[in-house]
Design a protein around this ligand. Structure first.
Ligand SMILES: Cc1cc2nc3c(=O)[nH]c(=O)nc-3n(C[C@H](O)[C@H](O)[C@H](O)COP(=O)(O)O)c2cc1C
Length: 214
């Protein structure tokens, strides 16, 4: 299937050429192909209301028992809170994320209070559920003409201490949000990677009735 025209054309469509087309093996809504994770951002400022729209989408993610184990700590570029999140990023990630418009630390709570219980118990799906919330955030950003890029390469211990995150919560990723810019702003090594990537074929990840994978 050829990539279709984006269903939501942002009001401030970037003038930069569209990325190479991604191909789906089966027909799907174009939003899934149009979301990707660029590193070249413009540094355009993002207002709080728009950022809250992305977090609102995350809020509506499904979770086991509707526990909603996700938590978000956000910072707009140029604020003291931004510096706190930014300094936890690896050097490579800092080399491009400094042009993002906002950073969002995504945290998951490891335990929950089951009905009728008086003490917290481990929540086996806290990370899985929080991944779903990140996905909602990223899709809403993409549908709004922005891009979200998850970053796992950051110092979790530093994030925990800088932000007073209790032991019961796991820092998962820091999401960089921004408008896509010209890849020429990137360090050379990252310029070559600045295009949407592809995926394993569906046949390599889904099988009927048995587990045939290595
Ligand atoms: C949990 C997670 C951690 C990631 N960590 C990093 C990272 O540290 N640095 C980076 O540049 N990209 C990172 N990425 C981006 C992935 O490389 C990217 O999502 C993947 O290659 C798929 O590409 P796409 O998002 O453009 O479809 C991360 C993505 C996820 C979901």
């Amino acid at each position: 299937m050829s990539q279709a025209t984006p269903s939501h054309t942002p009001s401030t469509t970037p003038t930069i050429a569209l990325p190479a087309a991604r191909e789906a093996d089966h027909p799907i809504d174009p939003q899934f192909l149009n979301r990707w994770s660029p590193r070249a951002f413009t540094g355009e400022s993002l207002d709080t209301a728009t950022l809250l729209r992305f977090l609102e989408a995350a809020r509506w993610a499904p979770s086991g028992y509707n526990v909603q184990p996700w938590r978000f700590v956000y910072a707009l570029a140029g604020t003291p809170a931004w510096a706190t999140l930014f300094e936890t990023l690896s050097v490579t990630n800092q080399s491009w994320a400094h042009r993002a418009s906002a950073l969002v630390l995504v945290v998951s709570q490891q335990r929950w209070l089951p009905p009728g219980k008086s003490a917290l118990e481990p929540n086996a799906t806290h990370a899985f559920d929080t991944g779903a919330a990140w996905s909602h955030l990223a899709l809403q950003a993409s549908l709004s003409g922005w891009h979200a890029h998850s970053i796992g390469g950051f110092d979790r211990a530093l994030a925990r201490s800088s932000l007073d995150i209790p032991e019961d919560y796991t820092p998962q990723v820091i999401v960089a949000l921004g408008r896509r810019g010209d890849k020429a702003v990137l360090p050379e090594a990252l310029q070559a990677r600045e295009q949407p990537n592809t995926r394993l074929p569906l046949s390599a990840i889904a099988a009927e009735g048995r587990f045939p994978f290595d």
